[in-house]
Design a protein around this ligand. Structure first.
Ligand SMILES: C[S@@+](CC[C@H](N)C(=O)[O-])C[C@H]1O[C@@H](n2cnc3c(N)ncnc32)[C@H](O)[C@@H]1O
Length: 225
């Protein structure tokens, strides 16, 4: 898919805020070294046509096996410069589309895998986004996810997440601190939903995470690794 086919589809946040967020994410990627190491074994299983939803500033680009065909959907066009830089640096080709998880506008059953990393916290309509991911995955295709999530209920951290989430949503591209994502995944219609909870202690409000995969119902094809 040529990059010239990019569609215009903007976020609600003003341009200057999108630009600042893109810069900050790019800068943050340079210092955050622990999530890439955790993600590496998960990404090693990817093959074929892979869609990254909310590809951001390209933190995951180096993790993709070299022979995967990459398509990145990203609503913030200011991210594209960084995505191109990372693709060039790590010798990957990622075709970029300006779009959103809730309406991907891509063909049914057209991807072997979809990757979501720190993006499902930000989508406005989570059920619609998961529905779209299921639609574009081929039967038996994989969703891989690494996401920060809500802390356990009735803990001080969960209370802090709930109180600060409305403010954070405004300044950080719609990111919710207190999403119980695993419940939405459980209801969405995937099979083999498999994940682990883990914590990034330094990340304070974002420290609770889940990482894992789920499969679209259908026949399995052999995976790498
Ligand atoms: C925290 S960044 C993560 C970026 C990247 N996946 C990573 O692992 O570094 C969240 C990204 O999701 C994008 N995003 C926000 N709302 C979205 C939506 N509705 N659909 C797709 N992407 C979205 C943001 O523009 C941003 O690039």
């Amino acid at each position: 898919m040529p990059e010239t086919a990019m569609r215009r589809q903007n976020l609600k946040t003003p341009g200057w805020a999108q630009k600042a967020f893109a810069w900050a994410l790019h800068a943050g990627n340079r210092v955050m070294r622990d999530t890439p190491e955790r993600k590496r074994p998960l990404f090693a299983a990817l093959s074929g046509r892979v869609l990254e939803v909310g590809a951001g500033a390209g933190a995951n680009v180096p993790l993709y096996p070299k022979d995967t065909q990459l398509i990145g959907v990203e609503p913030n066009r200011f991210m594209f410069r960084y995505l191109r830089e990372e693709s060039q640096k790590f010798r990957r080709v990622m075709h970029l589309l300006n779009g959103r998880a809730e309406s991907l506008g891509l063909q049914d059953n057209s991807f072997d895998a979809v990757v979501c990393a720190h993006v499902l916290c930000s989508v406005d309509d989570l059920a619609a986004a998961l529905n779209e991911i299921l639609r574009v995955l081929r039967p038996g295709g994989l969703l891989l996810f690494v996401e920060h999530v809500a802390a356990p209920r009735a803990t001080p951290l969960r209370v802090a997440q709930r109180l600060l989430s409305p403010f954070w949503q405004r300044v950080a591209g719609g990111c919710r601190l207190d999403r119980e994502l695993w419940r939405a995944l459980d209801r969405a219609g995937f099979t083999e939903l498999t994940y682990e909870h883990f914590r990034l202690p330094w990340a304070v409000l974002f420290s609770p995470h889940i990482m894992g995969w789920a499969r679209k119902p259908g026949p399995r094809r052999p995976q790498r690794g």
